[in-house]
Design a protein around this ligand. Structure first.
Ligand code: ZN
Ligand code: ZN
Length: 387
């Protein structure tokens, strides 16, 4: 099996749609132009469009065929990143400080291609919901759509999504039957002490020294608390405090991220971070308060949905081009919140030898578009099999 000829015939159309999105990237919750174009194209293909789900820009296209009550969701993210593009493509970003450096221009285009193909061929029995999500970067868009009643208004028996992946050859893909991306969050620990002249540390309760001990002790979580064989990361990435050589400040803020692939480990990490921050601070006479400005769930694939998506990818890419035992990655993805509500699967699609995601010279590989379109379309047909 291979990519259907009909999907191959979309190649030039898909590339020009993708280049247009790339040229006019928009940040999360501001994808107004992108959302307008998607709504227009879906409408042209006879797909019913519902707008304003998850902020103003989120939208769902609904395509029904036959009489079955079965339903499937296919999801793509639409947002760009707040950075300048440094590559040299003809369709380079025209919006200063905005760039499609995570390939969401490609994801949106692939879902549009799948929508067009399914609308034209209608080889399924049931309802396909095409979910165009705002604001994946920063992990707010999926939750916003769910809060706006995404799965109440557009019930999905199963849900599927794709992220492009640099380092995997174009025409290949990778998936596994469990966690594919990490859960965790960002943390901030506010350490409060008493400031003083730096020459009189005996008059201070030094939050700088306390913070440094907390940073060191936090590393004991991954090396001493987490069960052997489970993966986990705690990275301190920021220490803010003080502004002079001769003043001990009264407050220092530590920031960073913690990640793992399992909810039980996630809870344990939170408990240990809390206990270490409070305990070390107390030992030094200071106090520490921990906050989690952003949290995310592990992206957990359902085993049966994974098998279905892997089979769909094998039909599109060829047997032997789908790695069914993909290594999970410590990056995160807010599709996890949709998978927390509905069983489904998330797949990595080869983007070839491109720069890594979020690199200023990254670019989505147009060669990957038809494989993504074919996989999404086929998995929807399999989920809504008329046979
Ligand atoms: Zn990203
Ligand atoms: Zn992304």
């Amino acid at each position: 099996m291979a990519v259907p000829e009909q999907i191959k015939s979309y190649r030039n159309d898909l590339a020009s749609i993708r280049h247009d999105f790339h040229e006019y990237p928009e940040l999360g919750m501001e994808e107004f132009r992108t959302s307008d174009i998607i709504a227009k194209l879906l409408g042209e293909w006879g797909i019913t469009v519902h707008r304003g789900i998850g902020g103003e820009t989120g939208l769902v296209g609904v395509l029904k065929n036959g009489s079955s009550a079965s339903s499937v969701g296919l999801r793509a993210d639409m947002d760009a990143l707040p950075m300048d593009e440094l590559g040299h493509v003809p369709y380079k970003s025209r919006n200063a400080g905005r760039m499609h450096a995570c390939g969401h221009d490609g994801h949106t285009t692939m879902l549009l291609g799948a929508a067009r193909y399914l609308a034209e061929t209608r080889q399924f029995d049931g309802t396909v919901n095409f979910i165009f999500q705002p604001a994946e970067e920063g992990s707010t868009g999926a939750v916003a759509m769910i809060r706006d009643g995404l799965f109440d208004r557009f019930p999905c028996d199963r849900i599927f999504g794709i992220h492009n992946w640099p380092g995997i050859d174009v025409g290949k893909s990778a998936i596994n039957r469990g966690a594919v991306m990490a859960g965790g969050g960002f943390f901030e620990i506010v350490v409060r002490g008493v400031g003083s002249h730096a020459a009189r540390p005996d008059r201070a309760i030094d939050p700088m020294l306390t913070a440094c001990h907390i940073v060191t002790a936090l590393q004991s979580i991954t090396s001493r608390n987490i069960t052997t064989g489970k993966e986990a990361v705690v990275s301190v990435t920021r220490i803010d405090g003080g502004h002079a050589y001769n003043i001990i400040p009264d407050c220092v803020v530590i920031g960073g991220t913690f990640r793992c692939f399992d909810m039980a480990v996630l809870r344990e990490m939170r408990e240990r971070m809390q206990a270490i921050a409070a305990g070390v601070a107390t030992a030094f006479g200071a106090s520490a308060e921990i906050r989690y400005p952003v949290e995310f769930l592990p992206t957990m694939n359902d085993p049966l949905c994974t098998d279905m998506m892997a089979s769909a990818a094998e039909e599109a890419c060829g047997v032997g081009n789908v790695d069914r035992n993909a290594q999970a990655v410590m990056a995160s993805e807010d599709f996890s919140y949709m998978l927390d509500q509905v069983p489904g699967a998330y797949m990595f699609l080869g983007n070839g030898n491109s720069e890594m995601l979020h690199h200023p010279e990254y670019n989505f590989n147009d060669g990957a578009l038809v494989y993504g379109v074919a996989t999404l379309a086929r998995v929807a047909e399999m989920a809504l099999s008329a046979r």
